[in-house]
Design a protein around this ligand. Structure first.
Ligand SMILES: Nc1nc2c(ncn2[C@@H]2O[C@H](COP(=O)(O)OP(=O)(O)OP(=O)(O)O)[C@@H](O)[C@H]2O)c(=O)[nH]1
Ligand SMILES: [Mg+2]
Length: 358
């Protein structure tokens, strides 16, 4: 049995439209990996296709140190409900990736405190924490100690065991492994669902397992059309969008998110989203008319046909500076006084309210 070096799937030369197909059995990669690696083109999208139970069942059987890879920008979507049960009796090192997407002014100690506080809420205990950034493009720059720190954490916590990389789809698992290996054998892409099977890699004195990403069924990334992913997923450092709001205001992020804040008295609202997503500010009184008229036009990209298809969450004045996180896309940080707020998103997507990260 021959395995694709990029995604771990078994190679076959019979069914062209099935996973693992290659016209030449001598090749190292399946045709799907070949196309992703050379043309960034996903012929078979697997972002909804990999069962998390199956992935967890495989991981639970491995007597390995777990490197739990969590995307810092999309942190809440990675805290899947019940994930702590899959981690029982496991030693976990949490590797927080994509630090480069967050502002430079945010200190790593603050990020670490944020992570530890959130993990407490979810009842998850970890042995170690490493914060990484820039792994896709600049893993080996002099100032970037990410790779060394992960290797150090592995050496310290491994205690004779193998190491398994685990996490949600698109967390950056394969990118991290490529960085650790110093080569680009594993296929990576901004499409969730790139790695298809557990992929075993021989290190000098242990095995490293790359694993398929776990699908989150309440994240925008799982449901948005593939062609819109590159607008939604940030590729560069986020430029926060800062608004000082008074009275009744509506902020729209493309045609994906609408935030209404009513009765604002000096409210500060900062949006952390992909720089490519357009923001639009208007009076709340005109919000409905604006969405009716401009969805799919000025308000793009969209997931819903009509504004009425979107669901809303209502909230009131927060006790402290609060993030409204829309799973898979980003968040608003809100401080100041207001009477009532409403956030509208596609009805499959979760929204989490948390103490502000930044
Ligand atoms: N900005 C930034 N992007 C990163 C970093 N690490 C990974 N990425 C990007 O994140 C996307 C997903 O990376 P992958 O390594 O394919 O993620 P994965 O967890 O293996 O995904 P699946 O195989 O689908 O589970 C790619 O576009 C990477 O370039 C990082 O440190 N910083
Ligand atoms: Mg992968």
């Amino acid at each position: 049995m021959k395995i694709c070096k990029g995604c771990g799937i078994q190679l076959q030369d019979v069914e062209k439209k099935e996973l693992g197909y290659t016209p030449k059995m001598e090749s190292d990669y399946c045709q799907r990996c070949f196309r992703i690696r050379n043309y960034n083109d996903v012929v078979i999208s697997m972002k909804q296709g990999i069962s998390s139970n199956e992935v967890f069942a495989k991981i639970e059987k491995l007597p390995a140190l777990i490197l739990w890879v969590v995307d810092l920008f999309d942190f809440e979507a990675h805290m899947m409900k019940g994930i702590h049960r899959h981690f029982l009796h496991k030693d976990i090192v949490l590797v927080a990736t994509k630090r480069d997407l967050l502002p430079d002014t945010l200190q790593d100690t603050k990020i670490a405190n944020f992570i530890m506080e959130r993990l407490k809420v979810f009842g998850i205990q970890i042995k170690g924490l490493v914060i990484c950034g820039d792994l896709a493009k600049h893993a080996y720059d002099d100032h970037n100690h990410s790779v060394e720190e992960v290797l150090k954490a592995i050496a310290f916590h491994r205690q004779g065991r193998d190491v398994a990389i685990v996490g949600m789809a698109n967390a950056g698992k394969s990118t991290l492994l490529n960085a650790l290996l110093g080569k680009k054998d594993l296929t990576t892409s901004y499409y969730p669902g790139t790695t298809l099977e557990v992929n075993k890699i021989q290190m000098e004195d242990y095995l490293l397992y790359d694993t398929p990403g776990i699908t989150r069924y309440d994240s925008l990334l799982t449901f948005i059309e593939d062609s819109k992913l590159k607008v939604v997923i940030p590729l560069h450092q986020i430029k926060p969008k800062v608004y000082q709001l008074r009275r009744n205001q509506t902020l729209s992020v493309g045609g994906l998110i609408r935030l209404d804040l009513i009765g604002c008295e000096k409210v500060s609202c900062v949006g952390y989203f992909s720089n490519q997503l357009p923001f639009h500010r208007s009076k709340q009184e005109q919000g409905d008319a604006l969405w009716k008229q401009h969805m799919h036009g000025m308000l793009s990209p969209c997931m819903d046909d009509k504004f009425e298809d979107m669901k809303s969450y209502t909230f009131h004045q927060f006790q402290e500076k609060t993030d409204i996180v829309i799973h898979g896309v980003g968040w608003f940080t809100i401080s100041g006084k207001f009477d009532q707020g409403k956030i509208y998103v596609n009805n499959k997507i979760s929204v989490t309210f948390r103490k502000a990260m930044i």
